[in-house]
Unconditional design. Structure first.
Length: 446
């Protein structure tokens, strides 16, 4: 979309600027096809063709440059009805829209053109021209199959271009590219190169009239290209000639030379890339080696430093172990014990234990005597207390009451204290001093 500059009453746009904006807006439409009646044809000495296309409502001026006029196989005259392809633009000097045409053909070519359009529509409905079916071309094919006439200029252009760019084995299937047998020969040629083993197939011919390209609009040829197990490049006619084979192929080239350029990579460019990549790889390897050498130097210095620290620590440990071993030697132990023994002998001589032992024995005997007396006193007091407690317990025991002739009456677990607690016929237990009686109540006196 063309970006519209701001404009207002205070800052209006210039006329030239508006015309250029209109031209850029029309450029965004791209290629367009128009159909109309030709009028006002002019052919100046420059070779360019100026004419107008009109229908019932409008007239559109058009121009076709001389290089495009030479490719038209018929003469454009007033009164013809044409189908024209081109781009819309604005002629700055007059500020007038016009069509810059690059191709034209008569509109309504008859039964043959109608049949071709119907076939095209049917194959398109089958998805034969769908972009999703297009396969990428191999980057570096091992062998290329070419289906064309060996006597035409196309095969020489293809061979010369492939040998110039990147020499690759070529398998050529000679076939007629126009005439009644051309379609069958093209199909057989494609089958032959595919069976022989190729990575990509180029099918095409040099430029010619529309009727000369009819073999590449044949349904059998189009279906063979669509079903081909390897990618197909179509190079039929010139850039303005579009056949059904071009639509079905995986890639379309405007000329056989362009098809060869699509089939193989540019060897010179590849060589330049390889040289650049080799230089880059050499630089990267050099950088890696430099970094590795630096890492090795740092690791060597670090190893030496760690070795020195380890040796110093080991020497310190050995020195400490040596001193410890000297201290643990039996001679050193004997000397140390002799010194301690001398000190003990001197202390023993100054403090003899005999009198202390005698005093200790006397104190021990006195303590034993006092302890024995205290224990006997405690035993006597405990016996007296026990006797008093036993007498009190015997006096309070219910068994002592029973010994005096009394009895305890039970009904189950309940002690019977009143006559109202039982009824005639109840089973009771009577506890006496020496035994228990089981009785039955026969009479109750309140």
């Amino acid at each position: 979309m063309v970006e519209r500059p701001p404009s207002s009453r205070e800052s209006p746009l210039g006329v030239a600027e508006v015309v250029r904006l209109a031209g850029r807006a029309l450029d965004d439409l791209g290629l367009v096809w128009l159909e109309g009646e030709v009028s006002q044809v002019s052919t100046p000495s420059s070779g360019h063709l100026y004419f107008s296309l009109r229908d019932r409502d409008c007239v559109l001026p058009a121009v076709m440059w001389g290089r495009d006029v030479t490719r038209i196989k018929f003469k454009i005259e007033p009164g013809q009805r044409l189908r024209v392809r081109g781009r819309l633009g604005v002629y700055d000097r007059d500020g007038r829209m016009q069509l810059y045409a690059d191709f034209a053909e008569p509109a309504g070519l008859g039964a043959e053109a109608l049949a071709l359009e119907q076939l095209k529509a049917r194959l398109a409905a089958e998805g034969m021209f769908a972009a999703a079916k297009k396969r990428p071309l191999p980057r570096y094919p091992r062998r290329i199959g070419v289906v064309t006439s060996k006597n035409g200029a196309a095969i020489h252009d293809i061979i010369r271009t492939i040998l110039r760019r990147l020499p690759t084995p070529i398998l050529i299937a000679d076939c007629a590219v126009q005439g009644p047998t051309a379609a069958a020969q093209i199909v057989d040629g494609m089958a032959m190169v595919v069976r022989a083993g190729v990575d990509v197939v180029i099918v095409g011919r040099g430029g010619g009239a529309v009727t000369d390209l009819s073999a590449f609009n044949h349904e059998r040829v189009v279906r063979t290209i669509s079903r081909c197990p390897v990618p197909v490049i179509s190079a039929v006619g010139h850039e303005t000639d579009l056949s059904l084979a071009d639509l079905a192929a995986d890639a379309r080239a405007s000329t056989p030379t362009a098809a060869a350029e699509l089939a193989v990579a540019d060897g010179v460019a590849l060589a330049d890339i390889l040289v650049k990549e080799r230089r880059r790889l050499d630089r990267e390897i050099g950088h890696c080696l430099d970094r590795a050498r630096q890492d090795l130097d740092r690791a060597t210095l670090g190893l030496h430093a760690r070795g020195e620290r380890t040796l110093a620590a080991t020497r310190t440990q050995l020195h400490a172990l040596h001193n410890k071993l000297v201290g643990l030697h039996p001679r050193a132990q004997i000397l140390a014990r002799q010194s301690e023994l001398g000190q003990l002998e001197r202390r023993l001589a100054t403090v003899h234990p005999g009198p202390r032992l005698a005093r200790a024995r006397a104190e021990q005997e006195a303590l034993v005597a006092r302890g024995t007396t205290a224990i006997w006193r405690l035993l006597e007091a405990s016996r007296s207390e026990l006797a008093r407690t036993g007498a009190q317990l015997a006096a309070l025991s219910p068994l002592a009451v029973l010994d005096r002739g009394y009895a305890m009456v039970h009904r189950g677990e309940t002690i019977v204290r009143e006559a109202s607690q039982v009824t005639v016929g109840d089973r009771l237990q009577i506890r006496v001093a020496a035994g228990t009686l089981a009785v039955t109540v026969e009479d109750i006196e309140p």
